[in-house]
Design a protein around this ligand. Structure first.
Ligand SMILES: NC(=O)c1ccc[n+]([C@@H]2O[C@H](COP(=O)([O-])OP(=O)(O)OC[C@H]3O[C@@H](n4cnc5c(N)ncnc54)[C@H](OP(=O)(O)O)[C@@H]3O)[C@@H](O)[C@H]2O)c1
Length: 257
């Protein structure tokens, strides 16, 4: 991190990984813009850091107009962002044939389209300055289609492919794109998962590792490292073996949004 105050915009900053990232950057003197629906959590964070430069935007990332306003107002207040982190996400168990279409749509809207909408207002100022890093939080769960989590796996696969396309598009324009694909991280999202979560990592430790990867502009990073190996293994697993191994894997319970 350089001596100039870093400007960081983060979605999903009211809990878990996003909150830990906000804490990480604020304690290092950055100016931050924080998005989430829970205004009280964002306000409480700002109150805990009275001397920091914090702008809060209680916005649903599916409200693309409000999200664009938040981005524009952050730029107006602080100037072009150095780092934009599209982290907001939701995970719900779903089953096709059981009336879960609304949940499928919500998961895709938040995890994938919400990411595109997060970056949208920042592109012009970043490319004009030929500077900055766009960060998308995908998941190891996007490497294969996890039974019972078809919506989540599909949304994270979409996010990862989108981020790859964006990375190549932005390269000649001087803007970096970093994909962070977490393994299991302790957060509200994983608090009630009824299955073992190997190598479960604390959110603050994860945030420190992710911030390091962002600073180094790593193209694709997974933490903890054991899950990077698991992700690479999953990626090359033949379909017949994947099917046999995952047929009886424990699933996230179905839940309406
Ligand atoms: N924890 C893991 O093991 C894990 C693994 C792989 C990937 N990830 C990804 O990491 C990211 C952060 O998840 P987390 O584990 O930190 O879970 P979390 O504690 O549940 O945090 C999710 C964050 O996203 C925000 N959010 C959800 N829907 C939103 C919406 N419609 N509009 C605006 N903000 C919204 C939530 O804020 P509000 O509810 O206040 O809106 C919250 O701040 C997600 O993209 C998740 O898919 C997590």
């Amino acid at each position: 991190m350089n001596a100039v105050r870093l400007k960081v915009f983060i979605t999903g900053a009211s809990s878990g990984i996003g909150l830990a990232l906000a804490e990480h950057y604020v304690t290092r003197g950055a100016a931050v813009g924080l998005v989430a629906r829970r205004a009280d959590s964002l306000a409480a964070f700002a109150a805990r850091h009275p001397h920091a430069s914090i702008s809060i935007y209680p916005v649903d990332v599916r409200d693309t107009g409000a999200l664009a306003d938040a981005g524009r107002s952050f730029i107006a207040e602080h100037g072009a962002a150095d780092i934009v982190i599209a982290n907001a996400g939701m995970s719900r168990g779903v089953l096709t044939g059981h009336g879960d279409l609304d949940t499928f749509r919500a998961v895709m809207d938040v995890n994938y389209l919400g990411m595109v909408a997060t970056f949208e207002p920042f592109i012009a100022s970043m490319t004009a300055a030929r500077h900055g890093t766009l960060v998308g939080v995908a998941s190891v769960a996007g490497v294969r289609g996890l039974p019972g989590s078809g919506a989540y796996s599909a949304s994270k696969a979409a996010a990862a492919r989108y981020l790859e396309a964006l990375r190549v598009e932005m390269r000649p324009l001087g803007v970096s794109v970093v994909t962070i694909a977490p393994g299991y991280v302790r957060s509200e999202m994983t608090a009630h998962n009824p299955y073992p979560m190997p190598f479960l990592m604390d959110a603050d430790r994860f945030a420190a590792k992710a911030a390091g990867a962002i600073e180094r502009k790593v193209r694709y990073a997974t933490f903890p490292w054991q899950m990077r190996v698991a992700g690479m293994f999953l990626h090359v697993l033949p379909r017949w073996l994947y099917d046999a191994l995952f047929e009886r894997a424990p699933r996230k319970p179905r839940a309406a949004e």
